[in-house]
Design a protein around this ligand. Structure first.
Ligand SMILES: Nc1ncnc2c1ncn2[C@@H]1O[C@H](COP(=O)(O)OP(=O)(O)OP(=O)(O)O)[C@@H](O)[C@H]1O
Length: 233
C-alpha cells in the first residue's frame, strides 16, 4: 500500500480578528492517511470541520499545527509548511480539486476551460482538446456548447464543465468537494465511473459527499471528523 496523503497531528483554529480576536478551535489531532487507489470520504455533521480539513490539504487554509504530507514521486512534501509558490506547483502537477462551482473565465470556450489543466501539465494542445471533448460528451454537455464560453450555461452545465476540468489531468491526489451536488442520476453515475477509473490508475482521493447513494458507491472508507472535534472546555 502506497500512502499518498498523511495528516499527522493536524489542528485548525480560526481567529476572528474583527471580533476581538475570538478563537474558534475546529479540529485537533487529525490523523489519517489515504493510499494510492483509495477514495476516503470525510463524514460527520454540518460544522464538524470537513471543509476546513479539505481546504488545509489544498493549501487554501493555513495549517498551524501538525503535518500534511503528500508523496510526490520519491519525495514527501509537507503542505503545512509549504511556500505559496510550492503550493501552486503542487496544484498544477500533484493535487486536483473538484468542486461543484466553475470559476468562469470570460471568452474562453468550454473545451479550452476543460483542457487547460492537462495542457498546464505539459500535454499536447490537440490531444488535450480531444480528451476534453470526450469528457464533455460523457457528461452530457451538448456539443453545440463546446465552443462557447460557459458564462451563459445553466448551473448544471457549468457544474459538468467543472467536473470535466477536475478529472481531465493526471494528479496523484484528487480532492472531491461535493462534486455531485445537484447533478441528475445519469450524470452522478458518470462521476462514479470517473472516480472508479481514477482508482484503477492509482489516484488517491479524499472527498466530502453528502449524497449517500454516491458515497456508498465510491467510498472505500469513511473518516469520521467528529473524532477530531474540539469540544468546548
Ligand atoms: N474562514 C472561516 N472563518 C471562521 N470560521 C470558520 C471558517 N471556515 C469554517 N469556520 C468554522 O469552522 C467550523 C467548521 O466548518 P466547516 O465548513 O469545516 O464544517 P463542515 O463539516 O464542512 O460543515 P458543512 O457540512 O456544513 O459544510 C464551523 O463552525 C465554521 O463556522
Amino acid at each position: 500500500m502506497t500512502v499518498r496523503l498523511y495528516l499527522n497531528g493536524v489542528a485548525k483554529t480560526f481567529t476572528m480578528h474583527l471580533q476581538n480576536g475570538i478563537r474558534i478551535p475546529v479540529v485537533s489531532n487529525v490523523d489519517f492517511s489515504v493510499a494510492a487507489g483509495e477514495c476516503a470520504v470525510l463524514g460527520g455533521p454540518s460544522g464538524a470541520g470537513k471543509s476546513s480539513i479539505l481546504k488545509m490539504v489544498y493549501g487554501n487554509y493555513r495549517c498551524e499545527e501538525g503535518q500534511i504530507l503528500v508523496t510526490v514521486g520519491d519525495r514527501i512534501i509537507n503542505i503545512a509548511g509549504a511556500e505559496p509558490r510550492r503550493i501552486l506547483s503542487l496544484r498544477r502537477d500533484t493535487i486536483g480539486y473538484v468542486s461543484q462551482f466553475l470559476r468562469v473565465i470570460p471568452r474562453v470556450s468550454a473545451v479550452d476551460v476543460v483542457a487547460e489543466p492537462l495542457i498546464a501539465q505539459g500535454a499536447d494542445a490537440a490531444q488535450a482538446a480531444g480528451k476534453a471533448k470526450d469528457l464533455l460528451a460523457r457528461l452530457n454537455v451538448p456539443e453545440r456548447l463546446w465552443s462557447l464560453p460557459p458564462a451563459t450555461f445553466s448551473g448544471g452545465e457549468q457544474q459538468r464543465v467543472n467536473i470535466a476540468r477536475g478529472f481531465i489531468a493526471d494528479y496523484a491526489l484528487l480532492l472531491l468537494d461535493e462534486p455531485t451536488a445537484s447533478l441528475d442520476a445519469a450524470n452522478r453515475a458518470v462521476v462514479v465511473s470517473l472516480v472508479d477509473e481514477k482508482k484503477k490508475q492509482g489516484v488517491a482521493m479524499l472527498g466530502i459527499l453528502h449524497d449517500l447513494d454516491v458515497r456508498e458507491r465510491i467510498a472505500d472508507r469513511i473518516i469520521d471528523v467528529t473524532d477530531f472535534q474540539v469540544t468546548a472546555a
